[in-house]
Design a protein. Structure first.
Length: 310
């Protein structure tokens, strides 16, 4: 029998939880008129410990009630009714939420963990849910609920992920099955953040300096090589050629740091990049023939001879 929840519980009713509730209630038809043979209406319930505790808590209560979502400020017996639980609390509270919910879950209830957590934290959440009666599904949200609502793209992983993905995509979500290994979706998001937030921090450093020097358009306009390759291709190329050109790039970053200082910008990111490149230089991995290795070969060299730690 296909997975078909009748009661969905949202843990956390902030931006993510309320967007999902709004999507289910008004956008996707999940809570539409009962069909012939339906014995019970579809319902959404919510738990948020901030309910009515402050102005934000009062506002989320009003939002819940406007969407006909029964909301409480604690984990109550009502959670036992849920066939599907979607946890959308802040990552630091994910384990606490799992521990609170686990004893109340009905047998076989799917627990979708949307929290921003590491792979190891996801494993801890899963242990709590499986210690109860739930079926844990690891989900990484790869977009933003503020603009995209329930359509925010999600990666889904876990032993029960396939049926969860099928139901999600049939009910307004945009979900992609990553595989059966729980925690892998969370890890993808974390490592993507390494790249994206790193670029963000570098952008702050570089573009402030560019604006101060009156060359902002010129700096942005000289990124055509990255545009032509696509971001994934560009980063792959940089990692492969890093094995060959780290020494030259390390020397260049020293001058970049000096340029930023002359512009009054503290080169926080640039100094770390300089240090990182120096680590590669000191490992003496540059091939004598100057040939650029494949990505697989480059990562093996960097992992074993530069990064270490395993």
């Amino acid at each position: 029998m296909a997975f078909s929840p009748r009661v969905i519980a949202l843990l956390g009713f902030g931006e993510a939880g309320s967007a999902i509730a709004r999507g289910l209630a008004t956008d996707t038809g999940w809570r539409g008129p009962a069909k012939p043979g339906d014995n019970a209406p579809r319902r959404v319930i919510a738990i948020d410990t901030a309910l009515d505790k402050d102005p934000r808590g009062t506002a989320l209560g009003k939002t819940a009630r406007s969407l006909d979502v029964a909301i409480a400020d604690s984990y109550t017996e009502a959670l036992r009714e849920a066939d599907l639980v979607i946890c959308a609390v802040q990552g630091e509270h994910a384990l606490s939420a799992a521990r609170s919910a686990a004893p109340l879950l009905k047998e076989g209830a799917h627990y979708l963990d949307l929290c921003t957590v590491t792979g190891r934290m996801s494993d801890e959440d899963r242990a709590e849910i499986e210690r109860g009666a739930g079926r844990y599904v690891d989900i990484a949200v790869m977009g933003g609920f503020f603009k995209q609502g329930i359509k925010a793209p999600m990666l889904v992983a876990g032993e029960d992920a396939a049926e969860a993905v099928a139901w999600m995509n049939a009910n307004g979500f945009v979900a992609t099955l990553l595989g059966p290994k729980p925690g892998s979706a969370s890890s993808v998001k974390m490592l993507r953040s390494t790249l994206v937030k790193g670029i963000e921090a570098l952008g702050v450093e570089a573009l402030v300096a560019a604006q101060r020097q009156g060359i902002l358009d010129e700096v942005l306009g000289c990124l055509g090589d990255a545009d032509s390759m696509g971001l994934a291709g560009f980063i792959t190329m940089l990692v492969q050629t890093h094995v060959v050109h780290a020494h030259r790039r390390w020397e260049e970053m020293g001058l970049v740091a000096q340029t930023l200082r002359e512009t009054g910008v503290d080169p926080l990111m640039t100094e770390v990049i300089e240090k990182s490149h120096r680590r590669t230089v000191d490992a003496h991995i540059a091939p004598a023939d100057g040939q650029v290795p494949s990505l697989e070969e480059a990562l093996k060299i960097l992992s074993e001879r530069v990064i270490g730690g395993r």
